[in-house]
Design a protein around this ligand. Sequence first.
Ligand code: ATP
Ligand code: MN
Length: 290
Amino acid sequence: MFRKLLLCVDPYPPSNTLVSHAIALKQVGAEETILAHILADAPLELDTMLREQARPEMEQQKQILEEAKLKASIAMEAGIPAHALNALAEKEDASLLIIGTHGRGLLESMVLAGSPLGNVSSKLLHLSHRPMLLVPNALPTKETGNAPPELFSHLLFPTDFSDTAEIAFAYLETIVRATQCPVTLLHVQDRSRPAPHLGHRLKELQELDGLRLQRLQGWIKGLGAPDVRIDLIQGNPGDEIVKRAKSCGCSLILMGTQGKGITREILLGSVAHHVARHAAQPVLFIPALL
Ligand code: ATP
Ligand code: MN
């Protein structure tokens, strides 16, 4: 499923978190990795210096990947990071991009400054049509060794029952088949938008959503997963997903980049965007079909 991984690495400060996740993804088919680092356009002399600075760290990561029996290569290019990474993912036909977020403080200060898309990961999420694993930098890196973090110890799957969530569900099935990991299926009934015309049918809607979740639960249990929970709550979807991720102790959130919204030209829906910015856990985003 995720045969070829593009790791978007920024060697400063050095972190092996993305590399560890790449190794964990071997369980779901990873075979080949590209360590990609984009440098700012610079005059030749400076460019050479920047490349030389980044190389030792990247060579070390390459070696770790190879020791874990993953094919690995290094790609260093000059350009605008998000655009260059997206172009590289297309050129290499990467099955998955893995990228770290910046520190929350930095991101929030950019939001306050009116530019929520001010960092590479956020821009890339809006640009790319490929699955993407967004890894919060705040996660502690394993200082000793490079044992894969427990990426698949408990998966949270938020769904709005949209077509895109259904595509994400197919990925969930594959992951569960391979890892048998515990799963929580979550639907948030959006009460932030009042729908007066539905007032008298809220109970019916509640039952319907419950049945939908039970159907998904039955399906995942049928794949042999020992622990599949369902969670039907009311509130603001973005906020609730972030809260639930924390309270259920999940290791990974798997969700669509779009949902039932109708603005197809915007590649990242508002709930997805909120989770990307605020979740403390890695998020695996599955894009809508073009
Ligand atoms: P928007 O809602 O901003 O118009 P959209 O509907 O296209 O955009 P999102 O709502 O961000 O996109 O949906 C992205 C993903 O978020 C969905 O595929 C689903 O995984 C998750 N999601 C969205 N709404 C809910 C919800 N109410 N409960 C659980 N998960 C949700
Ligand atoms: Mn939506």
